[in-house]
Design a protein around this ligand. Sequence first.
Ligand SMILES: [Cu+2]
Length: 462
Amino acid sequence: MTSRRKMLQYGTLSLLAPWSLNSKADVVATPWLRNSDDSLGVQKLAPQVTNWHLFDDLPSSSIWSYKQDSFAPIIHAKQGEELSVKVDNNLPESTTVHWHGIRVPNEMDGVPTASQPAIEQGDSFTYSYLPQDAGTYWYHPHINSTEQVSRGLVGPLVVHEQQDYPVDRDVVLVLNDWLLNDDMSLSDNFYSRMNMSHDGRFGNVSTVNGRYNPLLRFRPYERVRLRFINAASGRFFRPDFLNIMTANLIAIDGQPVAPRPYKGLTLAPGMRCDVVVDMGAGAKGDAVQIADSAYKPVRLMQIQVDGQPVRSSSLTTMPQQLPRNPLAQPDLRRAKSLNLSLEGGAMSMSMMKGMATGMFWSLNGRALKTVHSDTKPLMNLELNQSYRIKIKNNTNFAHPMHLHGHTFKVLNEEPYWTDTALLLPGKETEIAFVADNPGTWMLHCHVLSHQASGMMATVEVS
Ligand SMILES: [Cu+2]
C-alpha cells in the first residue's frame, strides 16, 4: 500500500504542483515515479469552472478544468492494466470524456449518443477499460467540443510501457491556444462562422501546460522524454529544437517510430509526438528559448540546464526504440478499398449555403452536426476485414482527420501508425487498418470548428 499511496501522491500532487503556479515559481519538470507495480486504482476527474493563471504576473482567467485550481491533470496508466476514471460533472452543462487515440470498447468512447448518454450536470460516469497500447494519448469532451476544449477541458493520458523506458525524466507538455479579452476573460465567440469556414478558432496566447512561455529546468546531461500534445481546438504547433539541442523523435501520435533525429514535426490539433532530448552541460542563468515554428516563429517555452550533473557527459547513443503496440496489420492485398472526399469551406461552392445553415463542410457530400442512434453511417465496415481508404482533401484548408476506436497506418513512402492523419489543402493520402473494434465510431476533422460545421461522420463496424 505504501507504494500505491506514494504513487498516487506523485500522480496527484507532485505532477500537478509545478503547474499550480500562483506565485512566480517556474515550471519544474517532475518525473513519473516508475518504481511500483501497484495499480493506480480509480482516478477522478471533476470538470468544473475554475480560476487559472496563464501568466504569472497577470490576473487569472476563469477556465473550465478537470480539477479545481489545476489544469490538464495527467492520468497515468500502465499498458495491460485496467484503468478506471470516475467523472463527476460539476460544469454548468452536460459533458463526456473521449479518450483520444487509445483503443477502447465502444461504450467507453465518450460520444453522445452513439456510445453513451451525455453526463448531465451533477451526474457521474465511470470509464473503465484496459489500455492495450502504451504511449501518449489525451482526453477531452465530445459534446459542444469547440467551446469545452477551448475553455480548457483537456488532459493527458499517459499509458506507460510494461518495461520502463530508459530516460532520466518523463515530461508531458500540453499545448493550448487561448482567445483572451483584455481583462483576461476568455472570448466566448466559440461558433463564429468566419472561424468555422476558415482555419478554425485561433487564440492570441498559446501555452505549455497552461503557462505562457514557461521555464523548464533540467540537469546537465539529463536524457528527457518530452511528450507533446496539441490540445488546441484549431492552432497547429511545431516545437523547434533545431540547432539548439540534441533531439530524437521516438513516437508519433502515441505509436513508436524508429528513433531518428527530430527535424521538427507539425502537430495539428489532436496530434502528439514523443521526443527524447539530451541536455548539454548548461550554464548558470542561461535559459534557451524553444520556439513554435508552425507559423511565424513565436515563443513556446524555455529550457534551463543547471544543478548537479546526472552523468559526466551527454549520452551519445540513440534513444532506444519503443516496443510496438499490438496493432493488427492490415492485409493490403485483400483489403477493401473506399474513398473519402473532404469538401467545402471558404472559397468553395458550399460557402453560400454554409453562411445560411452554419454547415460549411462535408465528407463524401454529407454534412453532420450531431450523432444520434439512428444516424446513417458514412461507411459500413465488416468486423475483422482490412480496409484501405483513399482520402482526398478537395478544400483549400488543412484537416487533421481522426478516426475513433482504431489506429491506422498512413501508407506513404515511410508508413506509420496514427489515429489522426493530416491532410494538407489539395492533397491526398491513403490509410489502412483492420476494422477490429465493433461499434459506431466517429470519423471527423480535429479542427473543432470544422467538426462543428459538418466535417464529421460515423463509421459502423459490425
Ligand atoms: Cu478540418
